[in-house]
Design a protein around this ligand. Structure first.
Ligand code: NAD
Length: 505
């Protein structure tokens, strides 16, 4: 069994207490590895190392080009180890090996490449012209923030790790990352690969595994930390804001969602059905921006709902490590129970689902049926129903009928969340007009789930604060310093403000 260590101050170490916890393959319950169980003292050690590396080490003082070269070397390391990393990610988190190989690992690699480009091309000084004050030169320096912590969820562990580490390091910060307890392995393996390749000075990157309630809280509250970036539930996001407020540190929050995927009556129904099913059931709906509310126009409603049910029933559940599997297990028994509770609620609120609503019965031997849940669709749902308002984070789709475009927009925006949305239509002008009225951070037209490091990602409303990725996702890891230079180095009258004070104008 592989042994996993944390990375603190350039060393691969266990928890100071010597404690570990087990991580399992969710499809079978088989134990995969023991992982160090950090506590607050380990978090403090990692933060202190990151602080020293920022205050005294070479990393923040390197040029953008030098940092870019290191980030590209990390991207190459990911590419060179993609087969191993894909298997770790799929086995530990339950996502399919197809997703790991085609999205998770290359997605993380491209995040490092994008932020390398940012480090190389974004200016760290802009000279300003036209000062209102006499004889002064003015410029803005863009400087790293300092120690940046990242706290990430279990649904896309490797990509999420890259979204926190790459921009922080690219901008010259140092970083402490905490993966979710269900899925620590891929981030720990990345840290190990980086340490073995000796790519970073000690303390620049620290990765620690442990519980959110202690280690995570320390990363948000510790006064030596300058910024916290969190991805996870809205509930924990609120707690992170409270903890960070103690030292007024900036936070980036990427939180929950209940996104609407609008199907207009001019859509190609077959393509749109593919878009809705992919938008909802990819990774069993355990995706923050899943389009879990399909808003379908009345004229095509019956035909479209039948198409959805027929195709959802054909989704192939099984061993996530098999290249032929469409859908693996959910992350954990507690997540399955959440789905079961919401499906029971849906039966009360709406009636019997048109497809799904149960565990699969035809899985291969060795797979635990209770770890899996069939794609489930409730039709004729009222947007006020709890199953249409609350994030389920499982394979449950609500289909909601509408008559006019205005009504679709009103329903889509009637949510506490605003992470993403979709419009499926044959008329791009109509679809883009609707996209402009959706209060969400991303809208996909005739597509879904396509996230690229070059484009900003984040939420409106209770889906979060700030944007990751894009140029915006680089800027939030730097701060601007204005420097005003009076080039006259002697002579009292050359000092503009002194004349204001003395009245000698
Ligand atoms: P979670 O909020 O339970 O945990 C996320 C992380 O926070 C984990 O590392 C956890 O250990 C840590 N944590 C828990 N309690 C903490 C505390 N009190 N202080 C500090 N850290 C703490 O979320 P999850 O169950 O891992 O993931 C599912 C949620 O994440 C869903 O709500 C989903 O929508 C959201 N999510 C959002 C995005 C996005 O980009 N908006 C992406 C993925 C997941």
């Amino acid at each position: 069994m592989a042994e996993y260590k944390m990375l603190i101050d350039g060393e691969l170490v266990g928890a100071a207490s010597g404690e570990t916890f087990a991580t399992h393959n969710p499809a079978t319950g088989e134990k995969i590895a023991d992982v160090p169980k950090a506590d607050r003292s380990d978090a403090e050690r990692a933060i202190a190392a990151a602080r020293r590396a920022f205050d005294e080490g070479p990393w923040p003082r390197k040029s953008g080009k030098e940092r870019a070269d290191t980030l590209r070397a990390i991207a190459q390391l990911i590419a060179d180890n993609s087969a191993e990393l894909s298997e770790i990610e799929s086995r530990d988190g339950g996502g399919t090996i197809r997703k790991a190989m085609l999205a998770d690992i290359p997605g993380a690699q491209s995040a490092f490449e994008w932020f390398a480009q940012m480090a190389e091309t974004q200016p760290d000084r802009i000279d300003l012209e036209g000062s209102p004050f006499p004889a002064s030169n003015n410029y803005v320096l863009f400087e790293p923030l300092g120690v940046c912590t990242g706290i990430i969820p279990w649904n896309f562990p490797f990509i999420m790790a890259s979204w926190k580490i790459a921009p922080a390091l690219a901008a010259g910060n140092t970083s402490v990352l905490k993966p979710a307890s269900f899925t620590s392995l891929s981030a720990l393996r990345l840290a190990e690969l980086i340490a073995e390749a000796d790519l970073l000075p000690p303390g620049v990157l620290n990765v620690i595994s442990g519980p959110g309630g202690t280690v995570g809280e320390e990363l948000a509250a510790n006064p030596m930390v300058d910024k916290t970036a969190f991805t996870g539930s809205t509930e924990v996001g609120r707690r992170i804001m409270q903890l960070a407020s103690g030292t007024v540190k900036p936070v980036t929050l990427e939180l929950g969602g209940k996104s609407a995927n609008i199907v207009l009556d001019d859509a190609d129904l077959d393509q749109a059905a593919g878009g809705v099913l992919w938008g909802t059931f990819m990774h069993g709906g355990q995706v923050c921006e899943s389009g879990t509310r399909a808003l379908v126009q009345r004229g095509i409603y019956d035909e479209f709902v039948n198409l959805l049910a027929e195709r959802a029933a054909a989704i192939n559940l099984g061993d996530q490590l098999d290249m032929n599997t469409d859908l693996g297990p959910l992350i954990d028994r507690s997540q399955v129970e959440t789905v079961e509770r919401y499906v029971a609620l849906g039966r009360e609120e709406v009636g019997e689902p048109i497809v799904g609503g149960a565990h699969p019965e035809d899985l291969a031997a060795g797979l635990d049926p209770n770890a899996f849940y069939r794609p489930t669709i409730f039709a004729g749902v009222d947007n006020q129903a709890r199953i249409a308002q609350e994030e389920i984070f499982g394979p449950v789709l609500c289909v909601i009928p509408f008559d006019t475009d205005d009504e679709a927009i009103a329903i889509a925006n009637d949510s506490i969340y605003g992470l993403a949305g979709g419009v499926q239509s044959g008329n791009l002008e109509r679809a883009e007009s609707m996209a402009s009225r959706m209060r969400t951070g991303t809208v996909w037209i005739n597509d879904y789930h396509l996230i690229d490091p070059k484009r900003p990602f984040g939420g409106y409303k209770q889906s979060g604060i700030g944007r990751e990725l894009g140029t915006q996702g680089y800027d939030i890891y730097r701060q601007a310093k204005h420097v005003h230079v009076n080039p006259e180095t002697s002579g009292r009258d050359n000092h503009f403000h002194y004349s204001l004070l003395s009245g000698n104008i």
